[in-house]
Design a protein around this ligand. Structure first.
Ligand SMILES: [Zn+2]
Length: 415
């Protein structure tokens, strides 16, 4: 596993309640209160690092996570945009998981049917490695354009992608002439600090094409709060939304809300919207969208998170430490952001033997911050861990099947 001794940092975060003297980036009101703080957090958890020295000394930043009591938006008020690197070194894709592929394929088919994407121009802002746009093309979407600073057009060899136009860049005003009938943006808005500025830019770019359908998908913070899922709070995610706070942002920035849904075992929030000439108001529009009126539920969720954090952190620390003290091994399954955040909160070093990942682009590289080596599932036949901690419960069955195939009888626990 790594040749360096691992950097043990018994830091963890703290539940707090501190008012912030700054306007909310979503609604502009001064109603932000920090509820969770953490120092020494790696500023990017999806970079692939070849050099264990670079992994161990990777830059760290601060989390000061605040809820806006006026609109429900949650933001890291200590986020510094210049510190998050998005480039072709960025490896965030979940596309190597069959479960995630099935979900993306199913969602693409439903969106093509529901929003009639056949023969229409579809623009995906922040298309990542392009898997979803390829699924849309396969499901019958018309001309597809994907834009992302991390897309690798040379790695894409799927025949269905031959007509897709890839742009290796950030989306901004320079691309407003890409006349799209549908604007899709998945798992991107949570990386953007000035969310109202971003949505107004999208709205301006759409201009008078008011039949344009806008579809956004991103993690649902209500679940994070209800499950005290501290591993889902990390540096690159500077912005966190519920269905309601997402709807309130869209309405403020000149959209009407067509629908709000949860997807992927309720881990993701999806909004469908259409541009309007002016901000919209759910009260004036008649029927509010189910799930929109959630500000009290969000406040309760934040209170629940503050109460439950220390206890859950302690439970995991004792479990992993206990295995280590008895001479056993624990590995985590999933070396992405959740894994980096889990380890950084628990302050774990040698107590974790390795991080397993099914993405071959990550193998033999090192996790930022903790310097754990990333290994293929086959490495578990040598490591023989007592415990495999799945960084996402949705993959537990997939992980169990892999272990059985390898003849490894470890216990599998999910976060
Ligand atoms: Zn706000």
């Amino acid at each position: 596993m790594g040749s360096l001794s691992r950097d043990r940092r018994p830091l963890g975060g703290r539940a707090v309640d501190i008012p912030v003297d700054a306007p909310c980036p979503a609604c502009g009101s001064t109603a932000l209160r920090v509820f969770f703080e953490e120092e020494g957090v790696p500023t990017n958890s999806c970079l692939l690092l070849e050099d264990p020295h670079e992994a161990a000394s990777f830059p760290r930043g601060e989390l000061r996570v605040a809820l806006c009591h006026a609109c429900g938006f949650i933001t890291n008020t200590a986020f510094e945009p210049g510190r998050a690197e998005y480039s072709q070194r960025y490896e965030e894709t979940q596309g190597f998981s069959a479960k995630f592929q099935d979900f993306a394929r199913d969602l693409a088919r439903r969106w093509v049917d529901t929003y009639d994407l056949r023969d229409r121009t579809v623009l995906e802002v922040g298309c990542g490695k392009g898997e979803f746009l390829i699924e849309l093309a396969k499901a019958g979407a018309g001309h597809c354009i994907g834009i992302d600073p991390g897309v690798h057009p040379e790695r894409i060899d799927d025949p269905a992608a031959s007509d897709i136009r890839w742009i290796v860049d950030f989306y901004d005003e320079r691309y407003r002439d890409l006349d799209a009938d549908v604007v899709i943006c998945r798992h991107t808005l949570e990386h953007i600090p000035n969310v109202a500025d971003f949505m107004r830019m999208i709205r301006t770019a759409i201009g008078g094409r008011t039949s344009t359908v806008v579809l956004f998908e991103l993690p649902d913070v209500q679940r994070v709060l209800d499950e005290v899922a501290f591993w889902d709070i990390y540096y690159e995610h500077c912005s966190y939304f519920s269905l309601g706070s997402l709807a309130r942002l869209f309405r403020r920035c000149g959209f009407e809300v067509l629908g709000l849904e949860r997807e992927y075992d309720d881990q993701y929030a999806v909004i469908a919207a259409r541009p309007t000439a002016a901000p919209t108001d759910p009260a004036a529009d008649g029927d509010p969208i189910p799930g929109e009126d959630d500000l009290d539920r969000l406040k309760d969720g934040v209170a629940h998170f503050r109460r439950g954090y220390e206890e859950l952190l302690g439970t995991w620390r004792r479990r992993v430490q206990g295995i280590h003290d008895a001479g056993g091994r624990t590995v985590i399954w999933g070396s992405g952001s959740k894994g980096v955040s889990f380890i950084s909160n628990l302050g774990l070093g040698q107590e974790i033997a390795a991080a397993v990942d099914i993405n071959p682009h990550k193998w033999n590289k090192f996790m930022v911050g903790s310097n754990h080596e990333i290994v293929p599932p086959e490495a578990l036949t040598t490591i023989r861990p007592e415990l495999v901690v799945a960084m996402n419960p949705i993959y537990v069955d997939e992980i169990g099947a892999s272990l059985r195939q390898l003849g490894v009888d470890s216990e599998v626990a999910a976060l």
